[in-house]
Ligand binder design. Sequence first.
Ligand SMILES: [Zn+2]
Ligand SMILES: [Zn+2]
Length: 460
Amino acid sequence: MRRNKILLALVCIALSLSCVACQATQSPGPEPTNLSKTTAQNPVSTISTKTPILSPTSQNPPTTTSLPATTVTTEPPAISTPAPTSSPTCTVTTSEPVTPTATTKIPPSTTAPSTTPVSENMRVYFLDVGQADATLLKGPDFTILIDAGDYTNNDVVPYLKDLGVTKIDLLIGTHAHADHIGQFPQVIDNFEVGEVWLSGSEHTSRTFERAIDAILASDAAYYEPRAGEEFNFGSLEIYVLHPETLIGDPHEDCISIKAVYGEVAFVFTGDAEAPQEQEMIARGHELEAQILQLGHHGSSTSSCQPFLDAVNPEIAVYSAGEDNSYGHPHDETIDKILSMGIDLYGTDVHGSVIIETDGSSYTIDTDKEGDIRAPPVITTTTTTTTAVTLGGCEPGQININTASFEDLQKIIHIGPARAQEIINLRPFTSIHDLTRVDGIGPSRLEDIIEQGIACVGDDK
Ligand SMILES: [Zn+2]
Ligand SMILES: [Zn+2]
């Protein structure tokens, strides 16, 4: 952690210097705008309440002229109606309720039809990358990759090469988990990346460190987007829905966006969960979209009913691995989607899912044929089945069923209070069963699994 901080501090200094150098050598042009906010009231310098993990190089537009990377929207920002005073309640609430407050953020409005001329088709590829996310948006004048697969695989670069990708204008890491930024280094090494977005939420994992190192070693610009900002990447409009400020948790800080091509809109929320969905509603963002990528691989901790109602999608797509140990997508989510009459696609069933649009209508193609149905009986036995895959302890691991009060605290996110609670709640049937402990939700559980020292063995 300390090394990280030092590393990042050095990096910030280095990047600041390189910014100055670049600005000095770049041909004169308009005021640096590739990532400027669309509202004059909100200068870039006030976007973040926290020092970015890397110096934003948004002042440093890519030198390429083929892509007006991000140009300021010329439309005046719409003043949104204030968030409803009694906002709908999501069924899953693990954080404090969101109080809508007066804010300088201007939620994007897409009530007026897009003014962006769209002359060719955009294809959105929900790539089948197992229990991970990687979504490619490829249009006539933009190539954007949202997340880059799992750190244990090497499947994203071959996919992109097969699809003819040579350059990526924008690479978004929705959050720091290893199933989202896992192959950032390979992607950055193999393609010219114009710009990278991360939330700014730091993480202690080696996967995160490697991703940061790769970004630093590249020429990519870097930015930390905030809710209410709007950008144009070629003919694609991007509205940032989340986060507004950083909390310090990967899922709570997850970058969520709405991408609009002509009149066809997509919402991508990464692993944002119900409380974050609730925040997006409370901020008054225009969430309606024809296509929704279900949050957190179709987990029941995301896709709360008010959010589904607000997005009101015709198509829902989730990315999940076949027979994954998390039980994603959860039956409750499938039930909700199907009962709303929304067509559902999943990479575990359909392989890669491709949606092609000319900006007014869209078509869907999948690698495999399939039909997603919720099993008739909703069970809660996933924990016992996952015990088989995650059970057993290697030497040096900490058996949560037998470890001492002190040893338990070597596990990430486990302090004295949770260590005691773990002892009280024993036995645990699987690592996933740790979500019975107060304060351990899906995001922290992912951290614990990634850290790899906790295991479930015999409780004797
Ligand atoms: Zn995650
Ligand atoms: Zn994930």
